[in-house]
Design a protein around this ligand. Sequence first.
Ligand code: F6R
Length: 246
Amino acid sequence: MNVIIVDDYESLSHAGADWLVEAINAKPDATIVVATGNTPMGVYHELARRYSHGLIDTSRLHAFQLDAYIGLAPDDQRSLFGWMHRSFIEPLDIAETNVVRLVGDAPDPWDACRIYEIAVREAGGFDISILGLGPNGHLGFNEPPSLPDSPTRVIPLTPESIASNARYWGGEEQVPPQALTCGMDLLLAARRTLLLVSGAHKYQILHRAMEGPQTPDVPASYLQSAPNVTVLADRAAWHGLETQSR
Ligand code: F6R
């Protein structure tokens, strides 16, 4: 894994956008799987600025949703599709026909997973994967334990993920208990991965993911064996509380 440590969240947002500009210019028809969550928002904002300055052509990009809560319509403000749309698809003017949903409100969610997998495979897999690191080591909603060959599937959220997402929902009891996630198999096969990590609260899990044994208990640890992974972390995440108190 290639590790880049930057001073703070702002630098992470700039460096992440620069990484994506380079990756997109190297493959203007790239297939990209797009994380939501807080960490990548600064990167997407900076990427949109670079797009508005003409530094990338987005007309041939294909974007894939990474994960979805079960039961939420795409126009629900809390849906991860809506979040991806507002933060990535719209600012970059990605054509709607080039966007692949993971359909959390499908009548048969398992069927939605199979349809998504077929779409990813027909597109030739992911050229670029943009990921955040869950506080429990999840990637997408591949909650621990997740094996590296886990397919795209319906998954119950762990209490830890429910707790960490409660802030978006006005309480833990409001968080949908189940989600769909792009599988570990597809994520680990991505040709380039950018893992974005910010904040001292990610220190321990970041080091377990990068240096600990590869284990289903820390799904992100399998990135150690994936091709071409860049970990972009700020100093707070890399050094932990020690740095934060300076
Ligand atoms: C979001 C996602 C999650 C987040 C992770 C980190 O689509 O799949 O895996 O990337 O929970 O979230 P933040 O960035 O909010 O700390």
